[in-house]
Design a protein around this ligand. Structure first.
Ligand code: GCB
Length: 595
């Protein structure tokens, strides 16, 4: 195990080269400029661009010279946005696309400049004015690069090589059940910061307390102790602090905040400052704990009325990336009566996370460690740890997030168990104020006792166990759902993190026949699941798969699927299927609320 960790930390030196771990989202910083818009692009099907030095964006200098590429007068792509949905010929494209744009900047003494990429799928290499400034792997977490030394006063030339090839040692790997959208999927910012600035902070209630706010601040560019301030005006907090010589300070403050909860998701404006720098955020305070089989939100037992969704707008056949997209998805989450979402299967964009938090929705956030991972490859642990760190760095101040999930549907083996237990430990180490979970799909059914059981030692290491079980679809209900017993992780909270089946909206047929693909069949499977739930003593949450039909190249039935996973409670066109009403009634009933 130690050897694995050592090799993976060596590999880390070559991965995410020069891209620094995430600091805070630029929207809270004083000088952040969006670099969104139309970017020039070149499709590099055979991957020759690096060799041909596309990053130099060169123009012929002499009469005898020619250059075999040009970013000018060619393809234009929207940033943010996946490239697959922008041109018909890119629908199935998996490969390299080069992006280029100019931007104007002012070089000012004592000002540091950064590029911030909220999400580029799957690998990115970045050049500024012909110099390579950073690389990053992982499509769902942000990275930033300091460009102070490469930046020019005036016009700058920014080139990004994006590669969304699926790869055997990727996370996710070669197969996954969603569209492999590639491109600069999320916002891009140019951020100006003073020499000394607030690089990172965590402001949350101290574990086990609802009246102590624990704050840690990390400054950057520090050579000696510095002064810093935290202010939360509505709580009467205005504190001056002194960091140590590395720029770090941690304090605990007595306070009585109004606790964040689904019915009153209070967020407090917070300002952190040091010298010339000041950042703003809005932060909620709540506690989340496990006591026996109960999930206690602010000390009260809570049932998670959840739903899964992908970061996709089905009507646009593309990735979600904006506030408007977040509002559309979350309005349907609220309409279903949910207080909880699982942002499957990867950290979704910050618009979604922040909007959910504002609406009082609890969140399970997961790294894309989804089936088929090459656990025996020593680089996997490091890559997964990096993704987990980047996810937690980004969202550790979001009160809405209550569960960090390390994996979805992985098969027990020595290497898998090692990777997952390392990730669970890391998540606990990085954040002791939230719960750590994972979704398992390997429970077995014992016909003699009509009991579902889970024999997986990783399930003993998490705080909350998620089980994905498609009774009635991938496996028939083994008996009358009412007769089934569950003895899965019986000493802790269990969430049915996925269940459901496919139905084509408007398709009617037998409620008994799976291949009718009918709304009636799906509705009946939901009814059966609800009957089964009554016999799961430690059930503390349900999360149907899935809110909307979503695009997946693995769904090949031409009549009923046509490239869509049809397990949505809502069709790709936005129509609610019959099963939607079953879940809606369940969530509106006092039963689901445990009331
Ligand atoms: C699962 C996966 C999910 C799939 C779903 C399905 O177990 O976690 O990503 O999309 O099943 O529809 O098969």
């Amino acid at each position: 195990m130690k050897a694995l960790a050592l090799i993976s930390s060596m590999l880390c030196l070559t991965m995410n080269l020069m891209a620094q771990s995430f600091m805070m989202h630029p929207s809270g910083c004083q000088n952040a400029t969006l670099l969104n818009g139309k970017w020039n692009a070149i499709i590099d099907l055979y991957g020759r661009g690096e060799q041909k030095k596309f990053y130099q964006n060169r123009k012929p200098q002499t009469n005898s010279e020619f250059v075999e590429y040009s970013f000018d007068d060619g393809l234009r792509l929207d940033v943010p946005g996946d490239f697959n949905s922008q041109l018909p010929e890119l629908k199935y494209y998996e490969g390299i696309v080069w992006y280029q744009r100019h931007f104007t900047a002012t070089k000012t003494k004592d000002v540091r400049q950064f590029l911030y990429f909220a999400g580029v799928s799957y690998r990115a290499a970045v050049w500024l004015n012909g110099n390579e400034v950073g690389r990053h792997e992982g499509g769902f977490t942000p990275f930033q690069i300091e460009i102070t030394n490469q930046l020019k006063d005036g016009i700058n030339d920014l080139v990004v090589m994006v590669d969304n090839h699926r790869q055997i040692d990727g996370i996710p790997a070669m197969n996954f059940d969603w569209w492999n959208y590639g491109g600069i999927l999320r916002d891009v910012f140019l951020v100006e910061r003073p020499q000394v600035f607030v690089r990172d902070y965590k402001i949350q209630l101290k574990k086990g307390h609802d009246d102590i706010i624990a704050t840690t601040i990390q400054l950057d560019g520090v050579k000696s102790p510095q002064s810093a301030e935290i202010s939360i005006p509505e709580l009467g907090i205005h504190q001056s602090l002194t960091t140590d010589a590395s720029g770090f300070v941690s304090i605990e403050t007595k306070a009585k905040p109004h606790l964040w909860e689904p019915s009153s998701p209070k967020l407090y404006p917070v300002t952190l400052s040091t010298g010339k720098d000041s950042v703003k955020d809005e932060i909620g305070f709540r506690t989340i704990e496990v006591k026996g089989c109960d999930l206690l939100l602010n000390g009260k037992p809570t049932f998670l009325k959840g739903v899964n969704f992908h970061e996709e707008i089905p009507q646009r056949l593309g990735r979600a990336y904006s506030d408007a997209d977040a509002a559309m998805i979350l309005s349907e989450v609220k309409a279903l009566g949910c207080n909880f979402v699982r942002t499957a299967h990867y950290p979704q964009n910050e618009h979604i996370v922040r909007a959910a938090e504002k609406l009082g929705i609890l969140i399970w956030e997961e790294i894309p460690l989804w089936q088929g991972i090459e656990f025996t490859n020593p680089s996997i642990l490091h890559k997964a740890e990096t993704m987990l760190r980047e996810m937690i760095y980004r969202d550790k101040n979001r009160a809405g997030i209550v569960i960090w999930s390390v994996a979805n549907e992985t098969r027990p083996s020595e290497s898998r168990d090692t990777v997952l237990t390392n990730l669970i430990t890391l998540a606990h180490d990085l954040d002791d104020t939230r719960l750590v979970g994972a979704a398992f799909d390997n429970p077995t059914y014992d016909p003699a006792s009509s009991t579902v059981r889970l024999n997986d030692k990783v399930s003993q290491a998490v705080d909350v166990v998620g089980v994905n079980k498609y009774f009635g679809w991938y496996t028939p209900f083994p008996t009358d759902p009412e007769k089934m017993r569950w003895d899965v992780a019986s000493n802790k909270p269990l969430i049915l993190s996925e269940f459901g089946c496919e139905a084509l909206y408007g398709q009617h047929g037998s409620a008994e026949v799976a291949h009718s693909w009918s709304e009636e069949y799906q509705e009946e499977i939901y009814r059966k699941n609800l009957r089964m739930f009554k016999n799961i003593p430690n059930l503390r949450g349900t999360c149907p798969w899935v809110l909307f039909d979503f695009r997946s190249p693995t769904r090949c039935h031409p009549e009923f699927q046509d490239g869509w996973n049809r397990k949505g409670l809502i069709s790709d066109k936005g129509q609610r299927k019959k099963a939607w009403w079953i879940m809606k009634n369940f969530y509106d009933s006092p039963l689901a609320a445990g009331e």
